[in-house]
Each structure stands twice: as C-alpha cells, then as structure tokens.
Design a protein around this ligand. Structure first.
Ligand SMILES: *Cc1c(COP(=O)(O)O)cnc(C)c1O
Length: 498
C-alpha cells in the first residue's frame, strides 16, 4: 500500500495512487515498504529481456494489478514499434570501468519516454480497477521534453485526453515541430503567448479552480497531471537500474554482488530517486552521483545540508535540468528521516514560505553515505562533448555530458575505482546546436534550419538521425493554434466540449 509523505491518514492501493497523482495533503505517495530483491532474484534478471526484467520489478509494486495486466502495460510500452532497438535501454561499454546507459531510444529521443510510455497504460488499468467512469484529462505545461513525451504516451489511450500548452517563444524549433505535428484522436496542443511560467501558471490556475473543475465533472471530465511526482512515473525508472546491472553481469564486466556507481544528470530528482529505490531494494550500488548544471541547488544541498532556492535561475544548454525546486527530493527526505512526516512537512513549509530549509547533521550523514554531488557549467559541458567524441568516437548530448564530467570529477577526487555507469538522458540529435558547436570547429554558412544541423551531425559522425526527428521535415502541422495566457481555461473547455 501507499501513503503520503506529509502524513495524511489513509493507505492507498497502487491504482489509487497512480490515478490521484498527488496525495490530498499536498504530499507525494510512497510505498509503505520497499520490496527486497535477493541475489537469486538478481541472478534471474541476467538472462532476461528488458520486458521480463520490467515484469519482475513492476509487479512487486503493483499488487492490485494481475500479472497479465502488468504484462499488457509492458508490451504496449516497451516494444520495437515505439523503441528503435531490441534492448530498449542498451548499456554501451566505453572502457573497462565506464559504461553508458542509453535511455533515449523511445519515440521522442529523451529519457522521459521510459516512464511516459508506460504510465498511460498503468493509469488506464487503474481507472478500470477503481470503477472510474469519467474521462481523465491530462493537462501539461511544458518547457519542451515532457510535453512531447506525454503526448506520445497518451495518444489514443482509452478514457484519456491530453492537452499540452507550450510557451510560444520558449521551446526549440524541433520541440515545437514535435508537438504541433502530434497525431492521435485524443490530443490537443496550443502555444501560449508568454513564457513557460505563464503557461504553468495558467495550468495551475485551472487545477486550483474548484468551480471550473465541477463544471468539467458535470460533463464527465476529471483533471489529472503526468508530471514526475506521480508514482506511476517513478516506478518504471527503477527497472533500468536493475537492467543495467544485469547487463554488466551478463557481459562479465562485474561479478554478481559487486558494487557499481551510477552518475545521473538531475533536474527534478526523479531519475536518481529511482536509483535510490533500486539500492534500497538490494541492487549493489555504492554511490549515486548527482550531477547538476549551473542551477546547482542540489550540489549545495548535498554538500552543506541546506536547500536554498533563493538564487538566480540560469538558462543553460542542458535546459531539462534548469530547475530550482526538485520536487522528488521530498521522497528521499521522508525515507532518510525515518518516515518522519511532521519533520518533512516543516522543511517543505519552510521552503515555500522562506525559500530554504536545513537538515540536521544526523540526516546529512545518512545522505552522505548514499550520494555524492557536483556540477558542470556550459563551457565544461561543451568541452566534454568534444573530448568524449574525439577520444571515444562516441557522441553525447549536453545533459549526458554534465553527468560524464561530474563522474570524472568524482573518480579523480575520491579515487573510487568501482565501475561507473553514466545515465544518458537524451539523443545528441535532440540538442543539435550545442552538439555541433562542440564537434565542429568552423562555422558553416550553409546551415540555416534545424534540419540542416541534424543532417550535418549525421554526415560528420555517420550516425542516423532518429526517425521521430527526421520525419518532422515532412509531417503535417495539425495544431497551429495559440492563445493568450488568460484564455487557457476557455480553450480547454472548447477542446473538451466540442
Ligand atoms: C527530464 C530530464 C532530465 C532530468 O531528470 P529528473 O528526473 O527531472 O531529474 C535530464 N535530462 C533530460 C534530457 C531530461 O529530459
């Protein structure tokens, strides 16, 4: 069963937690007990496919789903129509102690697909289990990656609708094209005349308007969100930590039971938190290394015990990590404080009222055993892309480069020789301008569009442009509407009622 981090009474089934997304007291759902995997169970994963590994992990956290239901979700999410390789999340060996876990082989070329391909199916079964008859409307404000991944995940999923708002001038040309060409009978996309904050504020307003929600309810619609605090988004991410480890054993790089390190490019703390659950479950992880860009609020937290959001926001070349409030950290703090919901509520209230909180030394000591953290700026990120390409003939995106650089710093500062797995969260083609800047020394006047950049990267490296990006050139534009920021709620009604 699942409970809220803020201590509201009540236990919830997995289906209820996934349907609600967030607890009614503002807390996040967490499993009451963490499942343990013993060495025999780990051994069994070694010769398994990704889908079998997923079944072994997921079904333990979904006791109210039948095995066939979990299998159905897995088969619909992780297949070679949606993903461009059989392994789903392949582990690439760089040298004897360095590996890359590629999490971007899904339809939108970013790691959000790993969770957002599965969540809609988990939700769809949850609706049936809880006797829900309303249609669920997923509302998303996006700065880029999440919107497209959510659209691809939810398209044509029964009993759901999805509406995505993106800031008119706040997304890259590729990201915009990815969204306005979206197919599916249950999808809608609109630009908002404003920046990301305007779009997000508009969505939050809708979520907080009880009158408005009642009006929707009368027509049989219920709002929900697909953001990364939903347990249904975190759970699928646990799988690939186990899968990476199983591959290391399978390739005879490590002996079963031997410890390895993971370095994770971090924003909202969802990806790395899944690694923490994997460790709690018994996966032999020595350290989880938290890599940030110039928005280094987490680095400071891990080094000092003080989380302080009172700082400037930096726009970087790894935009999916440009975050000052890492929501999923709340789950970690709940666990390390010994499930102390009242202490946690104090910290979270202080964060929202004063902009910071500080944890005691005893908790800092626990965190220090598990985590290590550092950050890299844009210049170091570009240099890392260039160096990795030159030395290993391997192309990485800026988010992955941040993790790579921080992984190097960890190894040189600590002398830790344990095998290091770098989580790669986006295809290099998705962030083509920074990648080109890194690997191409001269300016090329013939490059005018994003597609010229994709072609040029493909030409230089011999890699293939991912199908989802290449197809954008000729895809039909289906969603060219835009609205003013105070028209969003009106537009939602028009979309749903007509
Ligand atoms: C979302 C995202 C991240 C950050 O992941 P969190 O789970 O928010 O920490 C890193 N890289 C890319 C490419 C992303 O899309």
């Amino acid at each position: 069963m699942y409970v809220s981090t803020r201590g509201a009474t009540g236990q919830f089934s997995a289906a209820e937690a996934i349907k609600a997304g967030m607890a009614s007291d503002g807390g996040l759902f967490i499993p009451q007990s963490v499942v343990k995997m013993n060495i025999q169970q780990l051994q069994a994963l070694v010769e398994s496919s990704y889908q079998e590994r997923a079944l072994a992990i997921l079904s333990q956290y979904l006791p109210d789903y039948t095995k066939d239901e979990v299998k159905d979700c897995i088969n619909k999410a992780y297949n070679t129509i949606k993903f461009d390789c059989d392994e789903i999340a392949p582990l690439v060996s760089i040298d004897d102690d360095k590996y890359v876990l590629e999490l971007w082989h899904g339809p939108t070329s970013a790691f959000k697909d790993m969770a957002l391909q599965l969540l809609p199916h988990l939700l769809s079964h949850a609706l049936a289990k809880t006797g829900e008859t309303d249609e669920i409307v997923i509302l998303v404000a996006t700065s880029g990656d999440t919107g497209k991944a959510a659209l691809e995940g939810f398209k044509d999923v029964d009993q759901t609708r999805i509406i995505v708002f993106y800031p008119q001038d706040g997304v890259s040309q590729i990201q915009r094209l990815q969204m306005i060409t979206q197919e599916g009978e249950n999808v809608a996309v609109s630009a908002v005349e404003g920046n990301f904050d305007d779009a997000q504020t508009g969505v939050k307003k809708i979520f907080n308007d009880d009158c408005y929600k009642q009006e929707l309810a009368q027509r049989g619609f219920r709002l929900s969100s697909a953001n990364s605090i939903n347990w249904g988004r975190l759970l699928p991410q646990i799988v690939y930590y186990f899968s990476a480890y199983a591959d290391l054993v399978k390739q005879q790089r490590v002996n079963l039971g031997q410890e390895v390190n993971f370095v994770v490019p971090t924003g909202n703390f969802g990806n790395i938190l899944a690694g923490y659950y994997a460790k709690m479950m018994g996966l032999p992880i020595k350290k989880l290394i938290c890599a940030s860009n110039q928005n280094n609020v987490l680095t400071e937290f891990f080094k000092t015990g003080c989380y302080d959001r009172r700082r400037d926001f930096h726009k970087t070349i790894s935009p999916s990590m440009d975050i000052l409030i890492s929501s999923n950290l709340e789950r970690l703090l709940y666990h390390i404080s010994g499930n102390n919901a009242s202490l946690l509520s104090q910290w979270m209230n202080r964060l929202s009222s004063e902009g910071f909180y500080e944890i005691d030394d005893e908790y800092r000591a626990v965190i220090k055993e598990l985590f290590w953290a550092d950050w890299a700026d844009d210049q170091a990120t570009i240099q890392t892309i260039r160096k990795v390409y030159n030395e290993h003939n391997y192309l990485i995106d800026p988010h992955t480069a941040v993790a790579w650089q921080v992984g190097n710093t960890y190894q040189s500062q600590t002398g830790d020789q344990a095998p290091l797995v770098i989580l790669s969260t986006a295809s290099p083609f998705k962030f083509n301008d920074s990648v080109l800047e890194a690997i191409c020394s001269t300016q090329d006047a013939s490059i005018k569009t994003e597609f010229d950049m994709l072609d040029k990267i493909a030409r230089i490296t011999g890699l293939k442009v991912p199908q989802g990006l290449n197809g954008l050139k000729t895809a039909t534009h289906r969603h060219s509407q835009s609205c003013a920021k105070d028209e969003m709620s009106q537009l939602v009604k028009v979309i749903l009622f007509t």
